[in-house]
Design a protein around this ligand. Sequence first.
Ligand code: GLC
Length: 610
Amino acid sequence: MTLSNAHARMLSALPERLRAAASQRFSEREEALREHLAALYGADPALDAWFSTLMETIGRLHGQRPAALHALDAARSAEPGWFTRQSMLGYSAYVPQFGGTLRGVIGRIEHLRELGVTYLHLLPFLRPRAGENDGGFAVASFDEVDPALGSTDDLLALTAALREAGISLCSDLVLNHVADDHPWALGAAAGDPALRQFFHIFPDQSVPERYEQVLGQVFPQAAPGNFTYVDAVQGWVWTTFYPFQWDLNYANPAVLGEMVLALLRLANRGVEVFRLDSTAFLWKREGSSCMNQPEAHQLLQVIRALVDIAAPGVLLKAEAIVPTRALPAYFGSGAQRECHLAYHSTLMTAGWAALAEQDTALLQAVIDATPALPPEASWLTYVRCHDDIGWNVLRAEAGDDARLASIARFYADGDSFAAGVAFQTSGTRAVHGTNGSAAALAGIETAINAEQRELGVRRLLLLYALALSFGGLPVLYMGDELGMQNDHTYLLDASRAHDTRWVQRAPFDERLFAERADASAVTGELYRRLGELIAARRRLPALAADAPRSVLAAADPALLALARGERFLSLSNFSGLPLVVSLAALQAGAWPGYADQVVLQPWAMLWLER
Ligand code: GLC
Protein backbone atom coordinates (compact mmCIF):
# COMPACT_ATOMS: atom_id res chain seq x y z
CA MET A 1 0.00 0.00 0.00
CA THR A 2 1.37 3.40 -0.85
CA LEU A 3 1.14 5.97 1.87
CA SER A 4 -0.01 9.49 1.20
CA ASN A 5 2.62 12.17 1.34
CA ALA A 6 1.22 13.49 4.63
CA HIS A 7 1.31 10.01 6.14
CA ALA A 8 4.85 9.35 5.00
CA ARG A 9 6.10 12.71 6.24
CA MET A 10 4.54 12.19 9.65
CA LEU A 11 6.26 8.81 9.92
CA SER A 12 9.56 10.25 8.75
CA ALA A 13 9.53 12.57 11.76
CA LEU A 14 8.98 9.75 14.23
CA PRO A 15 11.44 7.39 15.88
CA GLU A 16 11.00 3.77 14.80
CA ARG A 17 9.38 2.62 18.05
CA LEU A 18 6.42 5.01 17.68
CA ARG A 19 5.77 4.52 13.98
CA ALA A 20 3.45 1.53 13.81
CA ALA A 21 0.92 2.79 16.35
CA ALA A 22 0.94 6.36 15.04
CA SER A 23 0.59 5.10 11.50
CA GLN A 24 -2.47 3.13 12.46
CA ARG A 25 -4.06 6.07 14.24
CA PHE A 26 -3.41 8.24 11.21
CA SER A 27 -4.82 5.67 8.76
CA GLU A 28 -8.00 5.38 10.76
CA ARG A 29 -8.55 9.13 10.58
CA GLU A 30 -7.03 10.24 7.29
CA GLU A 31 -10.13 9.99 5.14
CA ALA A 32 -12.33 11.94 7.55
CA LEU A 33 -9.59 14.52 8.05
CA ARG A 34 -9.27 15.13 4.34
CA GLU A 35 -13.02 15.35 3.92
CA HIS A 36 -13.31 17.96 6.63
CA LEU A 37 -10.40 19.98 5.30
CA ALA A 38 -11.83 19.91 1.78
CA ALA A 39 -15.23 20.98 3.11
CA LEU A 40 -13.69 23.83 5.10
CA TYR A 41 -11.10 25.06 2.64
CA GLY A 42 -12.23 23.91 -0.79
CA ALA A 43 -10.17 22.32 -3.50
CA ASP A 44 -7.11 24.49 -3.05
CA PRO A 45 -4.13 22.59 -4.54
CA ALA A 46 -1.88 24.18 -1.93
CA LEU A 47 -3.92 22.48 0.80
CA ASP A 48 -2.31 19.10 0.27
CA ALA A 49 1.19 20.50 0.64
CA TRP A 50 0.10 22.45 3.72
CA PHE A 51 -1.39 19.31 5.26
CA SER A 52 1.77 17.26 4.58
CA THR A 53 3.96 19.86 6.25
CA LEU A 54 1.57 20.06 9.19
CA MET A 55 1.61 16.29 9.64
CA GLU A 56 5.40 16.25 9.62
CA THR A 57 5.43 18.83 12.42
CA ILE A 58 2.77 16.91 14.30
CA GLY A 59 4.85 13.76 13.92
CA ARG A 60 7.86 15.58 15.35
CA LEU A 61 5.83 16.80 18.33
CA HIS A 62 4.53 13.30 18.95
CA GLY A 63 8.10 12.03 18.90
CA GLN A 64 9.15 14.70 21.38
CA ARG A 65 6.50 13.74 23.91
CA PRO A 66 8.24 12.78 27.18
CA ALA A 67 8.22 9.11 28.18
CA ALA A 68 5.89 9.73 31.12
CA LEU A 69 3.30 11.17 28.75
CA HIS A 70 3.65 8.32 26.26
CA ALA A 71 2.96 6.01 29.20
CA LEU A 72 -0.11 8.05 30.09
CA ASP A 73 -1.28 7.90 26.46
CA ALA A 74 -0.97 4.12 26.53
CA ALA A 75 -2.84 3.75 29.83
CA ARG A 76 -5.66 6.00 28.66
CA SER A 77 -5.94 4.33 25.28
CA ALA A 78 -6.36 1.03 27.12
CA GLU A 79 -9.28 2.52 29.08
CA PRO A 80 -10.72 5.32 26.95
CA GLY A 81 -13.64 5.98 29.30
CA TRP A 82 -11.35 6.62 32.29
CA PHE A 83 -12.72 10.10 32.89
CA THR A 84 -16.36 8.95 33.15
CA ARG A 85 -15.72 7.14 36.45
CA GLN A 86 -17.56 8.43 39.50
CA SER A 87 -14.25 8.84 41.27
CA MET A 88 -13.42 11.78 39.00
CA LEU A 89 -13.78 15.15 40.69
CA GLY A 90 -12.71 18.51 39.34
CA TYR A 91 -11.63 21.83 40.84
CA SER A 92 -11.24 25.15 39.06
CA ALA A 93 -9.16 28.12 40.18
CA TYR A 94 -7.17 31.13 39.06
CA VAL A 95 -3.47 30.65 39.74
CA PRO A 96 -2.87 34.00 41.51
CA GLN A 97 -5.94 33.54 43.71
CA PHE A 98 -5.25 29.89 44.53
CA GLY A 99 -1.52 29.56 44.89
CA GLY A 100 0.01 32.91 43.97
CA THR A 101 2.20 31.23 41.36
CA LEU A 102 2.38 27.87 39.59
CA ARG A 103 4.84 26.68 42.26
CA GLY A 104 2.41 27.94 44.88
CA VAL A 105 -0.28 25.70 43.40
CA ILE A 106 1.95 22.72 44.19
CA GLY A 107 1.52 23.71 47.82
CA ARG A 108 -2.25 23.33 47.44
CA ILE A 109 -2.14 19.74 46.19
CA GLU A 110 -2.65 18.50 49.72
CA HIS A 111 -5.96 20.35 49.90
CA LEU A 112 -7.02 18.94 46.53
CA ARG A 113 -6.22 15.43 47.73
CA GLU A 114 -8.20 15.96 50.89
CA LEU A 115 -11.21 16.84 48.73
CA GLY A 116 -10.65 13.89 46.40
CA VAL A 117 -9.88 16.03 43.36
CA THR A 118 -8.52 14.23 40.26
CA TYR A 119 -8.74 17.08 37.76
CA LEU A 120 -7.56 20.65 38.18
CA HIS A 121 -8.62 23.39 35.79
CA LEU A 122 -6.32 26.35 36.20
CA LEU A 123 -7.69 29.45 34.50
CA PRO A 124 -5.37 31.06 31.91
CA PHE A 125 -1.72 31.05 32.99
CA LEU A 126 -0.02 31.81 29.68
CA ARG A 127 1.54 35.19 28.98
CA PRO A 128 -1.41 37.57 28.69
CA ARG A 129 -1.78 40.94 27.08
CA ALA A 130 0.00 43.72 28.93
CA GLY A 131 -2.57 45.71 30.89
CA GLU A 132 -6.23 44.76 30.87
CA ASN A 133 -6.52 41.15 29.68
CA ASP A 134 -9.88 39.63 30.66
CA GLY A 135 -8.38 37.52 33.44
CA GLY A 136 -5.78 36.09 31.06
CA PHE A 137 -8.24 35.28 28.28
CA ALA A 138 -6.37 37.71 26.03
CA VAL A 139 -3.31 35.57 25.27
CA ALA A 140 -0.11 37.18 23.98
CA SER A 141 1.89 33.94 23.70
CA PHE A 142 0.79 30.31 23.70
CA ASP A 143 4.35 29.21 24.47
CA GLU A 144 5.23 31.30 27.48
CA VAL A 145 3.94 31.12 30.99
CA ASP A 146 2.79 34.45 32.43
CA PRO A 147 6.07 35.68 34.02
CA ALA A 148 4.09 36.86 37.04
CA LEU A 149 3.07 33.24 37.66
CA GLY A 150 6.30 31.42 36.86
CA SER A 151 8.24 29.85 34.03
CA THR A 152 7.97 26.89 31.72
CA ASP A 153 10.09 24.95 34.20
CA ASP A 154 7.54 25.74 36.89
CA LEU A 155 4.78 24.45 34.63
CA LEU A 156 6.74 21.23 34.10
CA ALA A 157 7.24 20.90 37.85
CA LEU A 158 3.55 21.49 38.49
CA THR A 159 2.32 19.00 35.90
CA ALA A 160 4.74 16.38 37.23
CA ALA A 161 3.60 16.95 40.82
CA LEU A 162 -0.07 16.80 39.82
CA ARG A 163 0.46 13.60 37.81
CA GLU A 164 2.18 12.09 40.80
CA ALA A 165 -0.91 12.97 42.88
CA GLY A 166 -3.28 11.47 40.30
CA ILE A 167 -4.56 14.88 39.21
CA SER A 168 -4.90 15.83 35.55
CA LEU A 169 -4.11 19.44 34.68
CA CYS A 170 -6.66 21.21 32.49
CA SER A 171 -5.59 24.41 30.75
CA ASP A 172 -7.60 26.85 28.76
CA LEU A 173 -6.84 27.01 25.09
CA VAL A 174 -8.33 30.26 23.91
CA LEU A 175 -9.20 29.26 20.36
CA ASN A 176 -11.42 32.09 19.29
CA HIS A 177 -9.11 35.06 19.67
CA VAL A 178 -5.68 36.37 20.59
CA ALA A 179 -4.64 39.53 22.38
CA ASP A 180 -4.00 42.62 20.29
CA ASP A 181 -0.34 42.38 21.36
CA HIS A 182 0.10 38.76 20.26
CA PRO A 183 2.78 38.63 17.52
CA TRP A 184 0.12 37.72 14.94
CA ALA A 185 -1.85 40.85 15.75
CA LEU A 186 1.28 43.00 15.89
CA GLY A 187 2.36 41.59 12.53
CA ALA A 188 -1.05 42.30 11.02
CA ALA A 189 -0.88 45.84 12.38
CA ALA A 190 2.57 46.23 10.82
CA GLY A 191 1.04 45.33 7.46
CA ASP A 192 2.18 41.72 7.03
CA PRO A 193 -0.31 40.44 4.44
CA ALA A 194 -0.14 36.80 5.62
CA LEU A 195 -0.85 37.82 9.21
CA ARG A 196 -3.70 40.11 8.21
CA GLN A 197 -5.31 36.93 6.92
CA PHE A 198 -5.25 35.57 10.49
CA PHE A 199 -8.02 37.99 11.42
CA HIS A 200 -11.29 39.33 10.08
CA ILE A 201 -10.43 42.85 8.98
CA PHE A 202 -12.84 45.08 7.06
CA PRO A 203 -11.89 48.35 5.37
CA ASP A 204 -15.13 50.08 6.35
CA GLN A 205 -18.27 49.42 8.33
CA SER A 206 -20.52 48.22 5.55
CA VAL A 207 -19.94 44.48 5.99
CA PRO A 208 -19.71 44.64 9.81
CA GLU A 209 -23.06 46.45 9.86
CA ARG A 210 -24.67 43.65 7.89
CA TYR A 211 -23.32 41.07 10.34
CA GLU A 212 -24.39 43.14 13.33
CA GLN A 213 -28.04 42.91 12.31
CA VAL A 214 -28.11 39.31 13.47
CA LEU A 215 -25.16 38.99 15.88
CA GLY A 216 -25.69 38.91 19.63
CA GLN A 217 -23.46 40.72 22.10
CA VAL A 218 -21.42 39.07 24.81
CA PHE A 219 -20.52 42.19 26.77
CA PRO A 220 -23.17 44.73 25.70
CA GLN A 221 -22.18 47.24 28.37
CA ALA A 222 -18.42 46.94 28.73
CA ALA A 223 -17.73 46.14 25.07
CA PRO A 224 -20.73 46.89 22.87
CA GLY A 225 -20.69 45.65 19.30
CA ASN A 226 -18.61 42.95 17.65
CA PHE A 227 -16.15 45.07 15.65
CA THR A 228 -13.48 47.53 16.68
CA TYR A 229 -11.83 50.17 14.53
CA VAL A 230 -8.08 49.74 14.85
CA ASP A 231 -5.99 52.59 13.55
CA ALA A 232 -2.90 50.48 13.04
CA VAL A 233 -4.62 48.07 10.67
CA GLN A 234 -6.72 50.83 9.16
CA GLY A 235 -9.85 48.81 9.43
CA TRP A 236 -12.54 47.22 11.51
CA VAL A 237 -11.39 44.11 13.34
CA TRP A 238 -13.82 41.41 14.47
CA THR A 239 -13.80 41.43 18.28
CA THR A 240 -16.63 39.33 19.73
CA PHE A 241 -15.47 39.88 23.31
CA TYR A 242 -13.32 42.82 24.43
CA PRO A 243 -11.86 45.17 21.76
CA PHE A 244 -8.39 43.89 22.63
CA GLN A 245 -9.38 40.27 21.85
CA TRP A 246 -9.13 39.82 18.08
CA ASP A 247 -11.16 36.93 16.67
CA LEU A 248 -9.11 34.48 14.62
CA ASN A 249 -10.05 33.72 11.04
CA TYR A 250 -10.51 29.96 10.80
CA ALA A 251 -11.40 30.24 7.13
CA ASN A 252 -7.60 30.43 6.83
CA PRO A 253 -6.12 26.93 7.31
CA ALA A 254 -2.90 28.44 8.67
CA VAL A 255 -4.82 29.54 11.77
CA LEU A 256 -6.11 26.04 12.40
CA GLY A 257 -2.62 24.58 11.92
CA GLU A 258 -1.00 27.06 14.30
CA MET A 259 -3.57 26.44 17.01
CA VAL A 260 -3.25 22.67 16.78
CA LEU A 261 0.52 22.96 17.12
CA ALA A 262 0.16 25.32 20.09
CA LEU A 263 -2.12 22.77 21.73
CA LEU A 264 0.28 19.89 21.14
CA ARG A 265 3.26 21.86 22.49
CA LEU A 266 1.33 22.49 25.70
CA ALA A 267 0.26 18.85 25.82
CA ASN A 268 3.94 17.90 25.69
CA ARG A 269 4.45 20.00 28.81
CA GLY A 270 1.96 17.86 30.66
CA VAL A 271 -1.39 19.55 30.10
CA GLU A 272 -3.84 16.65 29.96
CA VAL A 273 -7.13 18.42 29.28
CA PHE A 274 -7.83 21.48 27.13
CA ARG A 275 -10.74 23.75 27.87
CA LEU A 276 -11.54 24.97 24.38
CA ASP A 277 -12.69 28.46 25.18
CA SER A 278 -15.61 30.01 23.29
CA THR A 279 -15.88 27.10 20.85
CA ALA A 280 -19.28 28.23 19.63
CA PHE A 281 -17.87 31.32 17.91
CA LEU A 282 -15.19 29.88 15.62
CA TRP A 283 -16.95 30.19 12.27
CA LYS A 284 -18.56 33.31 10.85
CA ARG A 285 -21.50 33.17 8.46
CA GLU A 286 -23.32 36.26 7.35
CA GLY A 287 -27.00 36.25 8.28
CA SER A 288 -26.41 33.90 11.21
CA SER A 289 -25.60 34.42 14.88
CA CYS A 290 -22.11 33.09 13.98
CA MET A 291 -22.47 30.57 16.79
CA ASN A 292 -22.61 26.76 16.59
CA GLN A 293 -22.01 26.78 12.82
CA PRO A 294 -21.47 23.37 11.16
CA GLU A 295 -17.94 24.46 10.22
CA ALA A 296 -17.12 25.12 13.88
CA HIS A 297 -17.92 21.47 14.50
CA GLN A 298 -15.80 20.36 11.55
CA LEU A 299 -12.89 22.37 12.91
CA LEU A 300 -13.27 20.69 16.29
CA GLN A 301 -13.41 17.29 14.62
CA VAL A 302 -10.15 18.04 12.83
CA ILE A 303 -8.54 19.12 16.10
CA ARG A 304 -9.83 15.98 17.83
CA ALA A 305 -8.48 13.70 15.13
CA LEU A 306 -5.05 15.34 15.19
CA VAL A 307 -4.92 15.20 19.00
CA ASP A 308 -5.96 11.53 18.89
CA ILE A 309 -3.03 10.88 16.56
CA ALA A 310 -0.35 12.85 18.38
CA ALA A 311 -1.39 12.88 22.05
CA PRO A 312 -4.02 10.16 22.42
CA GLY A 313 -4.28 10.50 26.20
CA VAL A 314 -5.35 14.13 26.00
CA LEU A 315 -8.96 15.24 26.52
CA LEU A 316 -10.80 18.12 24.88
CA LYS A 317 -13.50 20.03 26.68
CA ALA A 318 -15.99 22.32 24.95
CA GLU A 319 -16.82 25.61 26.57
CA ALA A 320 -19.97 26.38 24.62
CA ILE A 321 -22.45 28.41 26.64
CA VAL A 322 -25.40 27.74 24.37
CA PRO A 323 -28.98 26.43 24.59
CA THR A 324 -29.49 22.80 25.60
CA ARG A 325 -30.34 21.67 22.08
CA ALA A 326 -27.04 23.01 20.73
CA LEU A 327 -24.87 21.29 23.36
CA PRO A 328 -24.79 17.61 22.29
CA ALA A 329 -23.25 18.45 18.91
CA TYR A 330 -20.01 19.32 20.73
CA PHE A 331 -19.49 15.63 21.43
CA GLY A 332 -19.57 14.95 17.68
CA SER A 333 -21.82 12.55 15.88
CA GLY A 334 -21.33 8.90 15.06
CA ALA A 335 -17.74 8.10 14.27
CA GLN A 336 -16.93 11.82 14.01
CA ARG A 337 -15.85 12.56 17.56
CA GLU A 338 -15.39 16.10 18.84
CA CYS A 339 -14.91 16.89 22.51
CA HIS A 340 -14.71 14.35 25.32
CA LEU A 341 -16.29 16.80 27.74
CA ALA A 342 -18.73 19.68 27.49
CA TYR A 343 -20.00 22.09 30.12
CA HIS A 344 -23.65 21.41 30.89
CA SER A 345 -24.29 25.11 31.22
CA THR A 346 -28.07 24.94 31.02
CA LEU A 347 -28.23 22.38 33.83
CA MET A 348 -26.18 24.70 36.02
CA THR A 349 -28.35 27.69 35.12
CA ALA A 350 -31.60 25.79 35.62
CA GLY A 351 -30.48 24.67 39.08
CA TRP A 352 -30.15 28.29 40.18
CA ALA A 353 -33.47 29.09 38.46
CA ALA A 354 -35.15 26.33 40.49
CA LEU A 355 -33.84 27.88 43.72
CA ALA A 356 -35.27 31.26 42.75
CA GLU A 357 -38.63 29.96 41.54
CA GLN A 358 -38.99 27.21 44.17
CA ASP A 359 -40.04 25.14 41.19
CA THR A 360 -38.12 22.50 39.26
CA ALA A 361 -39.98 22.83 35.95
CA LEU A 362 -37.08 24.44 34.06
CA LEU A 363 -34.65 21.97 35.57
CA GLN A 364 -36.78 19.03 34.54
CA ALA A 365 -37.17 20.46 31.03
CA VAL A 366 -33.39 20.72 30.73
CA ILE A 367 -32.88 17.18 32.00
CA ASP A 368 -35.55 15.88 29.61
CA ALA A 369 -33.80 17.64 26.73
CA THR A 370 -30.43 16.14 27.67
CA PRO A 371 -29.79 13.14 25.42
CA ALA A 372 -27.74 10.08 26.30
CA LEU A 373 -24.10 10.62 25.42
CA PRO A 374 -21.94 8.78 22.93
CA PRO A 375 -19.51 6.33 24.53
CA GLU A 376 -16.45 7.78 26.22
CA ALA A 377 -17.92 11.22 26.68
CA SER A 378 -19.09 13.12 29.72
CA TRP A 379 -20.85 16.27 30.73
CA LEU A 380 -18.98 18.63 32.91
CA THR A 381 -21.33 19.53 35.75
CA TYR A 382 -20.84 22.54 37.96
CA VAL A 383 -22.54 25.02 40.25
CA ARG A 384 -20.42 28.14 39.81
CA CYS A 385 -17.44 29.15 37.74
CA HIS A 386 -15.43 32.32 37.12
CA ASP A 387 -18.07 33.66 34.69
CA ASP A 388 -21.57 35.00 35.20
CA ILE A 389 -24.69 32.83 35.17
CA GLY A 390 -26.15 33.73 31.77
CA TRP A 391 -29.89 33.18 31.99
CA ASN A 392 -30.43 33.59 28.25
CA VAL A 393 -29.37 30.00 27.55
CA LEU A 394 -32.69 28.93 29.11
CA ARG A 395 -34.84 30.85 26.60
CA ALA A 396 -36.17 27.69 24.94
CA GLU A 397 -37.20 26.12 28.24
CA ALA A 398 -38.49 29.34 29.84
CA GLY A 399 -40.62 30.43 26.91
CA ASP A 400 -40.43 34.15 27.60
CA ASP A 401 -37.80 36.62 28.66
CA ALA A 402 -39.95 38.12 31.43
CA ARG A 403 -39.58 34.92 33.41
CA LEU A 404 -35.80 34.90 33.04
CA ALA A 405 -35.64 38.61 33.84
CA SER A 406 -37.47 38.00 37.08
CA ILE A 407 -35.06 35.19 38.02
CA ALA A 408 -32.16 37.52 37.24
CA ARG A 409 -33.71 40.21 39.44
CA PHE A 410 -34.24 37.71 42.24
CA TYR A 411 -30.49 37.21 42.45
CA ALA A 412 -29.42 40.81 42.07
CA ASP A 413 -31.98 43.23 43.39
CA GLY A 414 -31.39 42.76 47.11
CA ASP A 415 -34.89 41.56 48.02
CA SER A 416 -34.08 37.89 48.46
CA PHE A 417 -31.65 35.64 50.30
CA ALA A 418 -29.24 36.03 47.39
CA ALA A 419 -26.45 38.62 47.31
CA GLY A 420 -25.79 38.63 43.57
CA VAL A 421 -24.56 41.36 41.26
CA ALA A 422 -26.01 42.06 37.82
CA PHE A 423 -23.79 41.59 34.77
CA GLN A 424 -23.96 43.34 31.41
CA THR A 425 -27.55 44.30 31.13
CA SER A 426 -28.39 45.97 27.83
CA GLY A 427 -31.43 47.78 29.18
CA THR A 428 -33.67 47.89 32.22
CA ARG A 429 -36.06 45.28 30.87
CA ALA A 430 -33.46 43.00 29.32
CA VAL A 431 -32.24 39.82 30.94
CA HIS A 432 -28.88 40.34 32.54
CA GLY A 433 -26.45 37.74 33.80
CA THR A 434 -25.74 37.22 37.47
CA ASN A 435 -22.45 37.24 39.33
CA GLY A 436 -21.64 36.28 42.89
CA SER A 437 -19.99 33.44 44.76
CA ALA A 438 -22.06 30.30 45.28
CA ALA A 439 -22.31 31.01 49.00
CA ALA A 440 -23.46 34.56 48.34
CA LEU A 441 -26.09 33.45 45.83
CA ALA A 442 -27.31 30.62 48.07
CA GLY A 443 -27.90 32.97 50.97
CA ILE A 444 -25.01 32.18 53.30
CA GLU A 445 -23.67 35.71 52.96
CA THR A 446 -26.92 37.48 53.88
CA ALA A 447 -27.73 35.08 56.74
CA ILE A 448 -27.92 36.85 60.08
CA ASN A 449 -28.54 33.88 62.36
CA ALA A 450 -27.80 30.17 62.64
CA GLU A 451 -31.10 29.15 61.13
CA GLN A 452 -30.60 31.25 58.01
CA ARG A 453 -27.02 30.05 57.70
CA GLU A 454 -28.25 26.47 57.79
CA LEU A 455 -30.76 27.20 55.02
CA GLY A 456 -27.99 28.77 52.95
CA VAL A 457 -25.79 25.72 53.44
CA ARG A 458 -28.67 23.49 52.37
CA ARG A 459 -29.27 25.48 49.20
CA LEU A 460 -25.62 25.28 48.28
CA LEU A 461 -25.54 21.53 48.97
CA LEU A 462 -28.74 21.05 46.97
CA LEU A 463 -27.01 22.35 43.86
CA TYR A 464 -23.73 20.55 44.53
CA ALA A 465 -25.64 17.30 45.15
CA LEU A 466 -27.21 17.74 41.72
CA ALA A 467 -23.83 18.34 40.09
CA LEU A 468 -22.41 15.29 41.89
CA SER A 469 -25.30 12.93 41.09
CA PHE A 470 -26.41 14.03 37.63
CA GLY A 471 -23.83 11.98 35.74
CA GLY A 472 -20.79 13.88 34.61
CA LEU A 473 -17.51 15.19 35.83
CA PRO A 474 -18.40 17.62 38.63
CA VAL A 475 -16.12 20.61 39.06
CA LEU A 476 -15.92 22.63 42.27
CA TYR A 477 -15.18 26.30 41.86
CA MET A 478 -12.39 27.38 44.20
CA GLY A 479 -13.73 28.49 47.54
CA ASP A 480 -17.21 27.00 47.19
CA GLU A 481 -16.13 24.19 49.49
CA LEU A 482 -15.39 26.82 52.15
CA GLY A 483 -18.43 29.00 51.50
CA MET A 484 -16.27 31.89 50.29
CA GLN A 485 -18.20 35.12 49.89
CA ASN A 486 -18.27 37.95 47.40
CA ASP A 487 -15.21 40.14 47.08
CA HIS A 488 -15.97 43.72 46.10
CA THR A 489 -12.39 44.97 46.09
CA TYR A 490 -12.28 44.74 42.27
CA LEU A 491 -14.21 48.01 42.29
CA LEU A 492 -11.05 49.74 43.46
CA ASP A 493 -9.12 48.56 40.42
CA ALA A 494 -9.85 50.64 37.32
CA SER A 495 -8.95 47.75 35.00
CA ARG A 496 -11.58 45.53 36.62
CA ALA A 497 -14.30 47.77 38.01
CA HIS A 498 -16.46 47.51 34.86
CA ASP A 499 -16.54 43.70 34.99
CA THR A 500 -18.61 42.38 37.90
CA ARG A 501 -17.37 38.81 37.31
CA TRP A 502 -14.46 39.75 39.55
CA VAL A 503 -16.84 39.60 42.52
CA GLN A 504 -16.46 35.79 42.45
CA ARG A 505 -12.72 35.76 41.85
CA ALA A 506 -11.48 36.38 45.39
CA PRO A 507 -8.17 35.08 46.74
CA PHE A 508 -8.33 31.72 48.51
CA ASP A 509 -9.54 32.51 52.03
CA GLU A 510 -6.96 31.23 54.51
CA ARG A 511 -9.12 32.11 57.48
CA LEU A 512 -12.04 29.99 56.25
CA PHE A 513 -9.62 27.25 55.19
CA ALA A 514 -8.41 27.07 58.79
CA GLU A 515 -12.04 26.64 59.89
CA ARG A 516 -12.85 23.74 57.61
CA ALA A 517 -12.69 21.17 60.43
CA ASP A 518 -14.41 23.42 62.96
CA ALA A 519 -17.90 22.03 63.50
CA SER A 520 -19.10 25.24 65.13
CA ALA A 521 -18.30 27.34 62.04
CA VAL A 522 -20.50 27.50 58.96
CA THR A 523 -17.47 26.62 56.85
CA GLY A 524 -16.80 23.50 58.92
CA GLU A 525 -20.42 22.45 58.57
CA LEU A 526 -20.47 22.98 54.80
CA TYR A 527 -17.09 21.34 54.28
CA ARG A 528 -18.06 18.22 56.23
CA ARG A 529 -21.40 17.75 54.48
CA LEU A 530 -19.98 18.40 51.02
CA GLY A 531 -17.19 15.92 51.80
CA GLU A 532 -19.79 13.31 52.74
CA LEU A 533 -21.56 13.73 49.41
CA ILE A 534 -18.27 13.45 47.55
CA ALA A 535 -17.36 10.30 49.47
CA ALA A 536 -20.79 8.75 48.89
CA ARG A 537 -20.57 9.45 45.19
CA ARG A 538 -17.16 7.85 44.95
CA ARG A 539 -18.45 4.49 46.16
CA LEU A 540 -21.60 4.49 44.00
CA PRO A 541 -21.03 3.15 40.48
CA ALA A 542 -24.62 4.23 39.67
CA LEU A 543 -23.27 7.79 39.66
CA ALA A 544 -20.69 7.25 36.92
CA ALA A 545 -21.12 9.66 34.01
CA ASP A 546 -22.34 6.98 31.63
CA ALA A 547 -24.79 5.21 33.98
CA PRO A 548 -28.51 5.65 33.16
CA ARG A 549 -30.53 8.57 34.45
CA SER A 550 -34.26 9.33 34.74
CA VAL A 551 -36.49 11.89 36.42
CA LEU A 552 -39.48 10.46 38.30
CA ALA A 553 -42.73 12.36 37.88
CA ALA A 554 -43.51 14.19 41.11
CA ALA A 555 -46.75 15.88 42.12
CA ASP A 556 -45.01 18.75 43.88
CA PRO A 557 -43.23 21.16 41.52
CA ALA A 558 -40.58 21.86 44.16
CA LEU A 559 -39.44 18.24 44.18
CA LEU A 560 -36.77 16.84 41.91
CA ALA A 561 -36.61 13.03 42.04
CA LEU A 562 -33.59 11.95 40.03
CA ALA A 563 -33.00 8.21 39.67
CA ARG A 564 -29.71 6.71 38.50
CA GLY A 565 -30.54 3.20 37.43
CA GLU A 566 -32.51 1.03 39.86
CA ARG A 567 -30.32 1.44 42.89
CA PHE A 568 -29.99 5.15 43.48
CA LEU A 569 -32.53 7.92 43.99
CA SER A 570 -31.85 11.55 44.82
CA LEU A 571 -34.70 13.62 46.30
CA SER A 572 -34.30 17.40 46.37
CA ASN A 573 -36.65 19.91 47.90
CA PHE A 574 -36.28 23.19 46.02
CA SER A 575 -38.52 25.11 48.39
CA GLY A 576 -38.51 26.90 51.68
CA LEU A 577 -41.26 24.66 53.06
CA PRO A 578 -40.98 21.10 54.34
CA LEU A 579 -42.11 18.52 51.79
CA VAL A 580 -43.65 15.12 52.42
CA VAL A 581 -42.65 12.75 49.64
CA SER A 582 -44.48 9.50 49.04
CA LEU A 583 -42.15 6.96 47.47
CA ALA A 584 -45.16 4.96 46.31
CA ALA A 585 -46.58 7.98 44.50
CA LEU A 586 -43.25 8.39 42.76
CA GLN A 587 -43.44 4.71 41.81
CA ALA A 588 -39.96 4.48 43.20
CA GLY A 589 -40.37 1.09 44.89
CA ALA A 590 -39.10 0.27 48.37
CA TRP A 591 -35.85 1.60 49.84
CA PRO A 592 -34.29 -0.10 52.85
CA GLY A 593 -34.50 2.02 55.96
CA TYR A 594 -37.31 4.21 54.62
CA ALA A 595 -41.08 4.03 55.09
CA ASP A 596 -43.29 5.15 52.25
CA GLN A 597 -43.29 8.76 53.40
CA VAL A 598 -40.08 10.71 53.56
CA VAL A 599 -40.01 14.23 54.96
CA LEU A 600 -37.62 16.68 53.37
CA GLN A 601 -36.88 19.79 55.38
CA PRO A 602 -36.82 23.18 53.55
CA TRP A 603 -34.14 23.10 50.81
CA ALA A 604 -32.98 19.64 51.93
CA MET A 605 -31.82 16.76 49.77
CA LEU A 606 -31.53 13.05 50.42
CA TRP A 607 -29.77 10.24 48.60
CA LEU A 608 -31.34 6.77 48.80
CA GLU A 609 -29.46 3.61 47.91
CA ARG A 610 -30.48 -0.03 47.64
C1 GLC B 1 -14.82 32.40 27.99
C2 GLC B 1 -14.29 32.63 29.38
C3 GLC B 1 -14.55 34.05 29.79
C4 GLC B 1 -13.90 34.98 28.78
C5 GLC B 1 -14.35 34.66 27.35
C6 GLC B 1 -13.52 35.37 26.34
O1 GLC B 1 -16.20 32.51 27.95
O2 GLC B 1 -14.85 31.72 30.28
O3 GLC B 1 -14.06 34.30 31.08
O4 GLC B 1 -14.24 36.30 29.07
O5 GLC B 1 -14.24 33.29 27.09
O6 GLC B 1 -12.26 34.79 26.24
